[in-house]
Design a protein around this ligand. Structure first.
Ligand SMILES: [Zn+2]
Length: 262
C-alpha cells in the first residue's frame, strides 16, 4: 500500500512570516500568509486557464474529426461521438467558452452549438451521440438536453420560445444524483431561471426539489428509485440532494451546477 502515497515529511507547522525564508520552495509557500498564498494560487490557476495550447489542440482535433456538412467540431470517446455534457460536444464546447478564442475558433464553437440545436429531436431533447441520432431516450445532464441547456445558457443563446418541455415532462428520473438524476435536472431549471429571470423555471426547480424532499427516501427504500452505484456521492447519490437543498435552493440566484458552471 505504501506506493499509493508519498511519505509526508512536511513540517507539522510552519509559522507564517511573510518573509522569503531560505530553504526549499515548499517551505517558503508554507511560510506565506494565507492571503498572499491564495493570490499566488489564483495567479497560477489563471495561467492555466489562459493557456491557449490546450484549446488549440482541442480545436485541431475537433476539426480533423468533423465531416463536411456536419458539425464544425466533433470528438470521439470509446468509438462513439457523444453530444452530451459529460463526454461530448456540449461539455467540450462549455470549456472552450472559458478560453480566449480566435475569431475562426469562436465561429466553430458557435457552429457546433448551432448544429446541435438544428438537429435536436422534435420533443426538444438532444441525442446522446452521432451514432444514436434516432433514439430520443436520455434526459440527463451527462447525456441529453439538461447538460446541453447549461452550455446554451453559458453561450447566452437560450431561445425564449424553447421551454425545455423535454426536461420537464421526462426529467423526473427514477434516480437521485446530479449526473443522471432528478437533482441534476433541478439545477438546469435553476440555471435557466438565473439566465432569464422567468418564474416558471424557478417553479420547475422548486417542483423537482419538492418531489425529492417528499418522496426520494420512500421511493429509495421501496427500490422504486435507483440510489446510485455510490449511494452517498455527489454525482450519483444522496450527496447531490444535500447539495441541491443547501446550495441551489437556498439562493437560486447563486445556484451553480457543481463542477460545470463557474
Ligand atoms: Zn450520468
Amino acid at each position: 500500500m505504501a506506493d499509493r502515497f508519498f511519505d509526508n515529511v512536511m513540517p507539522d507547522l510552519v509559522r507564517e512570516t511573510g518573509n522569503e525564508s531560505r530553504g526549499d520552495s515548499l517551505r517558503n509557500l508554507l511560510a506565506m500568509p494565507y492571503s498572499s498564498l491564495s493570490q499566488q494560487l489564483k495567479r497560477s490557476a489563471l495561467d492555466l486557464k489562459e493557456s491557449r495550447q490546450v484549446a488549440q489542440e482541442i480545436i485541431k482535433q475537433g476539426r480533423s474529426m468533423a465531416k463536411n456538412g456536419s458539425s464544425p467540431l466533433m470528438f470521439e470517446w470509446y468509438g462513439e461521438r457523444y453530444w452530451g455534457a459529460a463526454h461530448g460536444l456540449a461539455g467540450i464546447v462549455h470549456v472552450l467558452m472559458d478560453v480566449e478564442l480566435k475569431p475562426d475558433e469562436a465561429e466553430d464553437v458557435k457552429g457546433t452549438l448551432g448544429y446541435m440545436i438544428k438537429n435536436r429531436f422534435p420533443s426538444g431533447n438532444y441525442a446522446a451521440s452521432e451514432e444514436d441520432r434516432t433514439r430520443d431516450l436520455l434526459v440527463h445532464w451527462c447525456h441529453g438536453a439538461p447538460g446541453i441547456a447549461l452550455t446554451l445558457v453559458k453561450a447566452a443563446q437560450v431561445q425564449p420560445q424553447q421551454r425545455w418541455f423535454g426536461n420537464w415532462n421526462r426529467g423526473l428520473l427514477k434516480r437521485v444524483g446530479i449526473c443522471h438524476g432528478i437533482s441534476g435536472n433541478a439545477y438546469v431549471f435553476l440555471s435557466l431561471y438565473r439566465a432569464t429571470g422567468r418564474s416558471d423555471y424557478l417553479y420547475r426547480a422548486k417542483a423537482f426539489a419538492s418531489f425529492l424532499l417528499d418522496r426520494a427516501h420512500k421511493l429509495l427504500s421501496k427500490g422504486e428509485m435507483h440510489g446510485g452505484d455510490t449511494p452517498y456521492s455527489l454525482f450519483e447519490g444522496l450527496g447531490d440532494m444535500a447539495y441541491l437543498f443547501l446550495g441551489g435552493m437556498l439562493d437560486p440566484t447563486q445556484a451553480r451546477f457543481p463542477g460545470y458552471e463557474l
